[in-house]
Design a protein around this ligand. Structure first.
Ligand code: ADP
Ligand code: MG
Length: 457
């Protein structure tokens, strides 16, 4: 019998309630109203792992789960922050004294953004002299769950600091709700803010991730998936109309947190970047043909074409590495994975864009692509773990069209594409299996596409 009493299914987050909660937490802490509240979403990456930094395309969707920041301006250059997720750990720093390596722990994600705004931001983003802020943070994104709580924290902080510093900037308007020049429609500014947040995560937090998470959190279109081409960070919003197809995403936080700032991510990244160098390319993505959609091919033909291409391209890349550096010290599978995922995303984009014409077969194939990507992450890239494998296989045994790990791996979240009327029975099956095996209780996260970072109050 399951350990779970009904309902195992939570409700979607109450956005207004969350805004009010963080506002109240700020008042409780500082005895004053904050100047504003900002928030940014985590993301569900539908496909494309470990390829953003190689110029591959990825397919994320903003989550309805967000990180909220209430803030108030100070004029002494001090940044003070506390998080409801890190009770009793209030942090303070002089913004001008922040440096890579000078801080530790969760605060690096917040202070790193202030540092990076000054390094990377340009005149309209760099923080004015003597600007400081008090921040209180609260999040509904599972922390360390592969759903990008780190980018949600960076991006909500970036927008908060940009807006809070407005009174110290010449010609800056603070009209409500969000000054239009910083709203989601200003994609040019959002793209630069995303670069600021990426640099904060890479250089101050020390996590060598690409730009997928921050781009999604700042530049998503409401209710849509995105396909981002990381050669130039250009993006196309794509409709994933699961509801009309009678489908839904089941998102499972397996409660096996990962640790991305460790070596495991960095060594895989370095291996593929060595291939880029050896092939003398700007991006490893350019080792593959420009068009990977396999338009007009059926599922079987597309798969054969893809596997063949992945084999040939991996051999070319590893031969080039061998010529320059001797026998590669990393597994061939790491490189197979990145070429493979690059192909999967572009085929999936084609399927989603043409789902009306292609009919139910498009969704079935999409599900298979999710599972194919998972198998590649488990067997080639080797970033899965037992609890993840069990969640994926339980979903598939219970009728899911496909399932995969989300994020960098080693734990975290799993998503499955399931028939809408089987959402709860699939979740229950995972809960039962987890209980039987004595794993931590999983958490099931109702999923609809969310919206980009914004000012809420
Ligand atoms: P993910 O982004 O997949 O959730 P990461 O390891 O990239 O996992 O980022 C998790 C880290 O981000 C946490 O360990 C913590 O340092 C920081 N973090 C995220 N959300 C919060 C929060 N609400 N409060 C404080 N720190 C947070
Ligand atoms: Mg992260």
């Amino acid at each position: 019998m399951t350990k779970f009493a009904e309902p195992i299914w939570g409700a979607l987050p109450d956005h207004k309630g969350q805004v009010e909660k963080v506002r109240q937490a700020f008042i409780d802490k500082y005895g004053e109203e904050p100047d504003g509240v900002w928030s940014a979403p985590g993301r569900l990456n539908l496909l494309g792992e470990y390829i953003d930094f190689l110029g591959g395309s990825c397919m994320p969707m903003p989550l309805p789960y967000r990180t909220y920041v209430a803030g108030k301006i100070r004029s002494d250059g001090v940044l003070r922050a506390s998080s409801l997720q890190m009770p009793g750990d209030e942090r303070t720093v002089v913004i001008g004294e922040i440096k890579p390596g000078s801080l530790k722990g969760w605060f690096t994600y917040v202070a790193g953004v202030a540092w990076s705004m000054n390094q990377e931001g340009g005149k309209d983003i760099a923080l004015p002299l003597n600007f400081g802020a008090d921040l209180v943070i609260d999040s509904r994104v599972p922390v360390g769950g592969g759903l990008s709580s780190s980018a949600a924290l960076e991006c909500s902080t970036a927008l908060a600091l940009l807006d809070l510093s407005c009174p110290l900037r010449e010609g800056c308007s603070t009209t409500e709700p969000l000054p239009s020049n910083r709203g989601p429609e200003n994609d040019e500014l959002r793209a630069r803010l995303a670069q600021v947040c990426i640099r904060a995560e890479n250089e101050v937090a020390g996590a060598h991730t690409g730009g997928l998470d921050q781009t999604t959190s700042l530049r998503s279109r409401p209710g849509k998936a995105l396909v981002i081409d990381f050669r130039d960070f250009s993006l196309q919003p794509v409709e994933a109309d699961l509801k009309s197809a009678g489908l839904a995403f089941l998102v499972i936080n397996t409660n096996t947190p990962h640790e991305l700032s460790g070596d495991a991510f960095a060594v895989r990244r370095q291996a593929s970047e060595l291939c880029t160098q050896a092939l003398e390319l700007d991006f490893l993505r350019n080792a593959l043909p420009e068009d990977l959609t396999c338009e007009g091919m059926n599922e079987r033909q597309a798969k054969l074409w893809r596997l063949n291409l992945v084999d040939e391209s991996t051999t070319l890349a590893l031969d080039a590495v061998e010529r320059q550096h001797g026998t590669p010290s990393f597994p061939r599978g790491w490189i197979r994975h990145v070429f493979h995922d690059m192909c999967l995303v572009e085929r999936a984009t084609y399927l989603l864009k043409n789902s009306q014409e292609l009919g139910a077969g498009a969704w079935t194939e999409l599900g298979h692509l999710f599972t194919e990507s998972f198998v590649s992450m488990r067997d080639e890239l080797q970033v899965s773990r037992e609890e993840i494998d069990v969640a994926v296989s339980t979903c598939i045994e219970n009728g899911a069209l496909g399932a995969r790990i989300v994020g960098g791996g080693f734990g975290g979240a799993v998503m499955a594409l399931v028939n809408r009327n089987e959402l709860k029975s699939t979740a229950q099956a995972v809960a039962n299996t987890y209980a039987k095996k004595g794993y931590s209780d999983p958490e099931f996260l109702p999923m609809v596409a969310g919206f980009a970072a914004d000012k809420d109050l």
